[in-house]
Design a protein around this ligand. Sequence first.
Ligand SMILES: CC(C)(COP(=O)(O)OP(=O)(O)OC[C@H]1O[C@@H](n2cnc3c(N)ncnc32)[C@H](O)[C@@H]1OP(=O)(O)O)[C@@H](O)C(=O)NCCC(=O)NCCS
Length: 212
Amino acid sequence: MSLEAEANAIEAKEWPAIIVRPSRDEDVDAMLGIYLHHVRKGLDVLQAPLYQAPQKEDLKRRRKNMSSHRLPHLVAELDGSIIGYAYAVPFRKRPAYRYVVKHSIYVDPNHLHRGVGRLLLPALIDACAAAGYRQLIGYIDAANEASLKLHKACGFIQAGYLSSVGFKYGRWTDSVIMQRSLGPGATTMPDARSSPEPFHQAIGFGWNKGSF
Ligand SMILES: CC(C)(COP(=O)(O)OP(=O)(O)OC[C@H]1O[C@@H](n2cnc3c(N)ncnc32)[C@H](O)[C@@H]1OP(=O)(O)O)[C@@H](O)C(=O)NCCC(=O)NCCS
């Protein structure tokens, strides 16, 4: 079954009206709105004038590129509206790291703390495992209690702690590195037939300039 068909089949169990599916071009406006809400909330007065919002066309191109190369890019849809999204990108560009992806997840501010993250993240985990990846990594602000809880609940463990790597609201902030194995993880050798494409082929160098 293709990645798209598999992800299409994922339907919310706890909240049946929510569908988790691969993103489409027409979802980009909604995803951008969700992203901008969260990123602007995290900017202080000094950073805000310097911030350049990502461009819609650029995001469309990047989304298409990712999904056509088996890098999962999912949305949560409720009654025709996009209320969250999650996607995975290469952990590192070098071929040795081709079985590892890192991810981002964002939920609409009007739908926080209602279980949307608990639907999206497992769907992303399944889609990454189905695509042949073996490890999934997230970098989470140490003060982001909701995200830390969500990741722990979805089987991630803390793999590292980076002190004072961010600067927000006049103070240094820490990041937690969370990691989860996918499918057989490191218990078996990679299967060449189900290997993800080497990153330099999959996405092209220099694509990873920003996220959304
Ligand atoms: C992190 C985020 C994706 C969680 O999504 P969500 O749909 O609100 O989370 P859920 O309702 O599925 O809850 C997941 C867990 O987090 C907990 N949680 C959710 N919001 C919380 C909050 N504000 N404070 C404390 N815990 C919270 C829930 O209780 C739940 O834990 P449990 O399963 O042990 O009960 C969402 O808050 C978000 O989009 N935040 C802004 C962007 C962001 O920080 N993304 C992650 C970057 S790594």
